[in-house]
Design a protein around this ligand. Sequence first.
Ligand code: ATP
Length: 654
Amino acid sequence: MSTETTETFEFQVEARQLLHLMIHSIYSNKDVFLRELISNASDALDKIRLAALRDSSLDADISDLHIDIEADKSARTLTVRDNGIGMSRDEVVALIGTIANSGTAQFLKELKEAEDASAAEGLIGQFGVGFYASFMVADEVTLVTRRAGESQGTRWTSTGEGTYTVDTVDDAPQGTAVTLHLKPEDTEDRLYDYAEPWKIREIVKRYSDFITWPVRMAPEPRTDAGADGSGGEGAEGAENTDAAPPAPETLNSMKALWARSRDEVTDEEYHELYKHISHDWQDPLETIRLQAEGTFEYQALLFLPSHAPHDLFNQGYKRGVQLYVKRVFIMEDCDALMPSYLRFVKGVVDAQDLSLNVSREMLQQDRQIQLMNRRLAKKVLATVKDLRTKAPERYATFWREFGAVVKEGLIGDYENRDALLEVSSFATTHDEEAPTTLRQYVERMPEGQEHIFYLTGESRQALENSPHMETFRAKGIEVLLLTDPVDEVWVDSVPAYDGKQLRSVAKGEVDLGTEEEKQEAEKERKQHQEQFAGLLTWMSEHLKENVKEVRLSSRLTVSPACLVSDTHDVTPALESMYRAMGQSLPHTKRILELNPSHALVGGLNQAHGERPGDDVLAETAELLYDMALLAEGGTPNDPARFVKLMADRIERTL
Ligand SMILES: Nc1ncnc2c1ncn2[C@@H]1O[C@H](COP(=O)(O)OP(=O)(O)OP(=O)(O)O)[C@@H](O)[C@H]1O
């Protein structure tokens, strides 16, 4: 029965590309293949313990969960065996033959574009390649697995080149065994002899010491091979008698890092735990520890990654840290423990007083969990604040990678608003390169400036050239340039910082300068108002489909016209964001502002005084409106008509 069921499959395209990379090994540190296998085995053990706990009818043996490493020097094989959850035949095909991670396709594209080896290595370091890392050190890999509760097992074999075979096996033990047929040693290429016990010990100690399951090494086979190593009872260090087989050696200390005191653990150990739980191949930016004592006791070990994952803004992004209860792994991505705006934080939370049977739904309701969530969020924000003062470069990396997510917190988390504002930074007209904090902005504010000014939009360049900026530029007043989509939203929910209101330069009236200057400007405005009254009334009427008012501007120095919103109105960008999300908002009309010092506006005013009923002037009024739209990156309502009118005007200049 077993052999007829052999099937040959082709690897999915991305999987094939990734394997090709592994075989031609562009990643120089090949030792990590073992970390990946142990990491998968450890996850499989976590899963079976939990499954057995939740379902007492599951036919699974959880009495002696462990990971065994068996090296055979003469056969040049290395086997990593676990007695965990295992995989069904379908799971083997789905999980091992394809790559589910959506970031991987993107990664492969970038990798192709990366010319030199160091750029490629930098990239590959950002992506976990998991099980496939085995092909860096093996020319053939065989995986035998049986899912707990099922009777038949599955064997998967491949050389990593194009295809793999799958067949059914009758006598597989519960769990998974991965056997690598090792490539010849090539130390120059950092390909070591992975059948050497000392090398295995070294790798396990370095990368997998904290794994909470015993990682054991079977004693080296004597001349009479055939030791299978699965019968041990976990009692290690027993004396050997002639009859008893030598006990396996446990290679890792199994100590939960979060339960150990800070000075007992090296940074490297923390980083390896981070890599295990995050599947990231790069070190984290920062490690955060928290021990809560008292009525609700827990320990947390959190990490800020050094780069944002590709899918951070996707709907289905899995957020949250791992939850343990008294050292027992309970769940991955426990979203109840982290606010959504800190969804990139990875780590472990180990609580003493929760039931092992807690469900996600129960956690969402639990008051203690809510308190924990708030405490963890505060701790993360305090850490970022510290980074900003003590390690500005790392803070800059953090903000570049995660700032757009953290700012989401400004929308809903009132309790942490001040802390969030303290850790945020923004692009500014003050400095092309370095972003500013609000504190620094306020410190630079000249006498007489009362507000913090900002402008939202798509890119720095578009904002810098926007007509709304003209008078601010002319007067040398600093403006924050906000280009993340979330900026459109939070600015409306944060009224002020340090007693200074946040004001969009594209909204409301602008009144800048000292008292004297303001009085002067007011005088001038009154004069202009009289001069232009007829034009403004007429244009307001003529353009009433499009704008709610036409008025004179105090923010323009160069452009003839611009569009502004009322202080509390929804901006066009926000309006289109809501539309994209399927919410219909009534269209908010804006205000057309004219620059009374511009020749075009002056000319139109004069012409209107002389020939009020002239259709050509009506067209010019429309053109002014369309130009204001174009200047802020918008599109005229009727582009063809706009071009026709423009062409007509240009023609007359020839
Ligand atoms: N020893 C194992 N026992 C049970 N399932 C396993 C085992 N090894 C791998 N798997 C399954 O195969 C999947 C793919 O493993 P692989 O190592 O390629 O990726 P991963 O661990 O999910 O992520 P990463 O690529 O970031 O390491 C795992 O998610 C798991 O479901």
